[in-house]
Design a protein around this ligand. Structure first.
Ligand code: BG6
Length: 505
């Protein structure tokens, strides 16, 4: 039987607290993130009347087009990436308030122009403006932008208004650079002005993980390694690097997906039950958990627990796609991984000895993010029948459903127990940019609940840093999987050696 699960933004709650007279500056407005995620999210906010009436979007970039071309281009992207048919009246409320600024992040003139722009807008509004600054550039520009903003006092609130900074992930490229970046930002911004984004935390299905495991008595007592055999967290994408070569060559799959999104999912799944759902309390628990994850110190441990891959040309969604090394701008001998598997262990009482497999890849056969929880195969027998192997599948996307596998006697004369799948379907119509929509609205409302605290970021870097450092020093035998397949052959063998199987993609 299927039940439909719908996720709805509580628009009333969100609308409450969105302030008037706000300017959103997007640094990196000519990039992929802006067109694929931020603009569709802003359009949805416009559509749901969640944007302030006095609102401006200023896109800043080195390669950005002039305002009319920028607006035209963004319109096409919103049409392409929104699940709703675009409605002109909503688009116009946004487009009429959009501008572009062709500017170099390193030049003083840029910040002079921003200041002028704010003053002109304030004059026309006849009041001071709230400023929300979104750093969506390549992370290597973050420090320069922040220092330059402060030179022109663009980090300070204007009058009684606020000034906030959203910083895209990855925050730094390793633990040390994250500490340094945080020092630079911390010099000019108070902690309550900084919003470190991990857009997966804006996804409803991820927010639901805690509720699912903590507020259901039937799962709570068995949520440990005594009953759970292993957990898999999968992120499979059909897209490649989408013109983000410069970014991806600095990051790779582990920095891009595991250090942030997948470790956050893992934390929600495995933290100790908090005494209440206060965000700081949950963050404390997440840090405790992340600090309990075993860090691989030796090359042998990394070799034994991690696998990397890079895609060869292949067919995805019936289309022939080129290999990673043939993407414009990728060096012919690129050592960057587009696929990774990392097997982790949490060294605490609850999760002692139980493996957690994180798996992520680009150019895979299907888009899917899911959690798979396999319960133990009990060796006990009941009337000569083996007990069924239970499992739970929590789909994060595209639909966000739940699947529970139980043992069942099929109708008829008493026979063997058969597995039965109970399905709770996710709402298929769930809107794509929902996560960003939610988080941008939260930042405007001053609610940092779904943003990441600095100590979480550092703990996550400590887990992945040795793996990345080890891989950077050693040339891999790439490419090693065809686009449109489930990753390199070693990945399949890897889990088989553990006597397990990957969850289906
Ligand atoms: C981003 C990564 O953070 O998340 C991208 O940089 C990835 O490489 C994206 O494609 C996946 O997010 P979503 O919401 O599209 O699943």
């Amino acid at each position: 039987m299927s039940i439909i699960l719908t996720y709805q933004l509580d628009e009333e709650d969100i609308r409450h607290g969105i302030p008037e007279a706000t300017i959103l500056f997007i640094f990196g407005a000519s990039g992929d993130l802006t067109r694929r995620k931020l603009m569709p999210a802003l359009y949805h906010l416009a559509r749901e009347s969640l944007l302030p009436e006095k609102f401006k979007i200023i896109g800043i970039g080195r390669r950005i087009q002039t305002t009319p071309d920028f607006i035209r281009h963004m319109k096409h992207r919103v049409i392409q990436y929104c699940s709703h048919k675009m409605e002109a009246r909503y688009w116009m409320t946004m487009a009429n308030n959009m501008e572009s600024l062709i500017a170099d992040y390193h030049e003083e003139d840029t910040y002079q122009m921003i200041l002028k722009k704010i003053e002109t807008i304030e004059d026309s509004w006849d009041e001071k403006a709230n400023c929300l600054i979104y750093l969506a550039t390549n992370p290597s520009h973050f420090s320069v932008i922040v220092s330059n903003l402060s030179e022109f006092k663009l980090n300070l609130p204007r009058g009684n208004k606020w000034n906030r900074l959203i910083v895209e992930k990855p925050f730094g490229l390793n633990e040390l650079s994250a500490i340094n970046l945080n020092k630079v930002i911390g010099k000019y911004y108070n902690e309550n002005q900084i919003y470190r984004i991990d857009h997966f935390l804006g996804k409803e299905a991820i927010q639901n993980i805690l509720i699912f495991r903590l507020f259901n008595i039937m799962f709570q007592p068995i949520w440990n390694s005594k009953y759970i055999d292993h957990i898999q967290i999968l992120n499979s994408e059909t897209i490649g690097v989408e013109g983000r070569v410069e970014f991806f060559e600095q990051t790779g799959a582990v920095r891009d997906m595991i250090q942030s999104h997948l470790l956050q999912i893992l934390a929600f799944l495995t933290i100790e039950p908090p005494t209440n759902l206060d965000p700081e309390n949950i963050r404390d628990k997440k840090v405790d958990l992340l600090n309990a994850i075993r860090v691989y110190k030796t090359n042998e441990e990394i070799e034994r627990n991690c696998i990397r891959g890079q895609y060869e040309q292949g067919v995805v969604n019936s289309e022939l796609v080129k290999k990673y090394r043939d993407e414009i701008g990728v060096p012919k001998d690129s050592n960057i991984e587009t696929f990774a598997v990392v097997r982790l262990f949490i060294d605490n009482e609850r999760w002692k000895g139980m493996p957690i497999y994180l798996r992520t890849g680009k150019r895979m056969p299907k888009r899917k993010t899911e959690i798979f929880i396999q319960f133990k195969d009990t060796s006990e027998e009941f009337e000569n029948r083996k007990l069924n192997k239970n499992s739970i599948r929590l789909e994060i996307q595209p639909k966000g459903g739940i699947e529970i596998n139980i043992g069942w006697k099929p109708p008829g004369i008493m026979s063997d127990i058969e597995p039965l799948t109970l399905n709770i379907d996710g709402e298929a119509k769930i809107k794509e940019p929902k996560a960003y929509e939610r988080l941008i609205a939260d930042a405007m409302r001053g609610d940092s609940t779904l943003f990441v605290r600095m100590d979480e970021i550092l703990s996550m870097w400590r887990i992945v840093d040795p793996i990345i450092a080890y891989w950077e020093k050693r040339k891999a035998d790439f490419p090693n999987y065809f686009a449109g397949t489930k990753g390199p052959r070693q990945s399949k063998e890897f889990i088989r050696k553990d006597g397990r199987e990957w969850t289906k993609i």
